[in-house]
Design a protein around this ligand. Structure first.
Ligand SMILES: *Cc1c(COP(=O)(O)O)cnc(C)c1O
Length: 381
């Protein structure tokens, strides 16, 4: 049994030394803990982690070590994972549609916070969940601005319905709260501002003073070299908007970032299998592997191409069509990808900022997708 695992100084050390044939994810616990502390110190409320964005055990344990005490869970599997790896941490069951079995699982594990966006699901909760000390947050939606992906298409009550639900939550004796999720990779801080103002209106119309306002996830990762995320600015907007909109009735704040906490702590290396007739680049990973998000929300351009001997390719950048390894023609990165002209078969393509929605959406489609994970001290180039 291997009791210790090699920890590499940085990804290039591993690549130079091992020259792996399979794609590799590089995890830097120190980067994750530093990001977690930045959120805990900067956000004006409770920071919880949306488990779905990266449920790796090493991620969850490092977040717990860094001081994260609450987790947004969406399924019995995620609840069991948190009960095991972060015992005693708060679980917020914020998937607004659940089977009765799933609700009973949460009750057995002592979950004290649920979200809801419909009368039918609120009735189910009222039937199955003891009211004392239990919070129900009504999830509402607005037309989305500034997010890479529209979450309102699936979940969230309109403002009018949210007021009705909130009044009923209070009547039933639960702790009434509100929640929203502005969408993922939300680069515009003003998106939170409009949601927070709407939350105050919903509470006023319901005649209910809310205990907490959960401002969701959506905090952006650093995907494009030119667009550095402004997390502190988002925290400031949230703080100011809450005070202005709620005044003396200011609720306690909660956030539930997934991407914002984990994107930066992983890098990913794929390898160039072939450059077909000097035209199409084929890599050993693509949209059915760790790069699943690229066709959905756009490419990450924080890339570096290295030869197997460790030479960084710095030729002039040229646009290339890049395919993944499967035989499916949608297995392709969107658009033309700018890559150095001196790149050749056998080179590694390193992507930075790869911790969210990468380890967890990988498949074994067509027999590919066996991706290694290595631990590194730093993600320095
Ligand atoms: C997915 C999700 C999150 C996390 O979203 P990120 O964009 O990764 O921060 C938070 N809350 C809810 C309800 C979600 O569905």
């Amino acid at each position: 049994m291997g009791l210790s695992k090699t920890i590499w100084a940085k990804p290039s050390d591993y690549l130079n030394h091992t020259q792996p044939q399979a794609p590799v994810l590089f995890f830097a616990p120190a980067v994750l803990q530093a990001t977690a502390r930045k959120f805990i110190e900067g956000f004006p409320g409770l920071v919880t982690y949306a488990v779905k964005s990266n449920p790796s055990e090493e991620v969850l344990s490092n977040l717990a070590t860094a001081g994260i005490r609450g987790f947004d869970v969406a399924s019995p599997f995620e609840m069991d994972l948190i009960a095991r790896l972060a015992p005693g941490a708060a679980m917020h069951y914020n998937n607004p549609v659940r089977s009765r079995e799933e609700i009973l699982h949460a009750v057995r594990l002592g979950v004290k916070s649920y979200s809801v966006d419909s009368h039918s699901e609120l009735s189910k909760l009222a039937e199955l969940v003891p009211t004392v000390g239990v919070e129900i947050s009504v999830r509402f939606k607005l037309p989305v601005n500034g997010a890479a992906y529209n979450f309102g298409a699936k979940f969230g009550a309109t403002a009018e319905k949210a007021s009705e639900l909130l009044a009923r939550v209070a009547e039933l004796g639960f702790i009434p709260s509100l929640t929203f999720h502005p969408g993922t990779q939300c680069t515009d801080p003003m998106a939170w501002d409009s949601y927070i103002r709407m939350a105050a209106e919903i509470a006023t119309n319901a005649g209910v003073k809310i205990a907490r306002l959960n401002v969701g996830g959506g905090f952006p990762g650093h995907r494009l070299m030119e667009v550095a995320p402004q997390i502190d600015e988002i925290f400031a907007v949230i703080d100011a908007a809450t005070t202005e909109a709620f005044g003396d009735d200011r609720p306690a704040l909660v956030c539930e970032p997934g991407r914002g906490l984990v994107s930066e702590c992983y890098a990913f290396a794929a390898r160039v299998k072939a450059i077909r007739d000097e035209e199409h680049v084929f890599m050993n990973d693509g949209m059915y592997g760790a790069l699943a998000e690229m066709p959905l929300i756009g490419n990450i351009d924080r890339m570096e191409v290295r030869s197997p001997e460790g030479v960084v390719r710095n030729g002039e950048l040229v646009g290339r069509i890049v395919f993944g390894p499967t035989c499916d023609s949608v297995d392709r990165l969107p658009g033309d990808v700018m890559l150095p002209s001196d790149m050749v078969e056998g080179d590694f393509v390193l992507f930075y900022g790869m911790g969210a929605y990468s380890t967890v959406t990988m498949t074994r489609f067509n027999g590919f997708g066996q991706i290694g994970t290595e631990t590194v001290c730093s993600l320095a180039r």
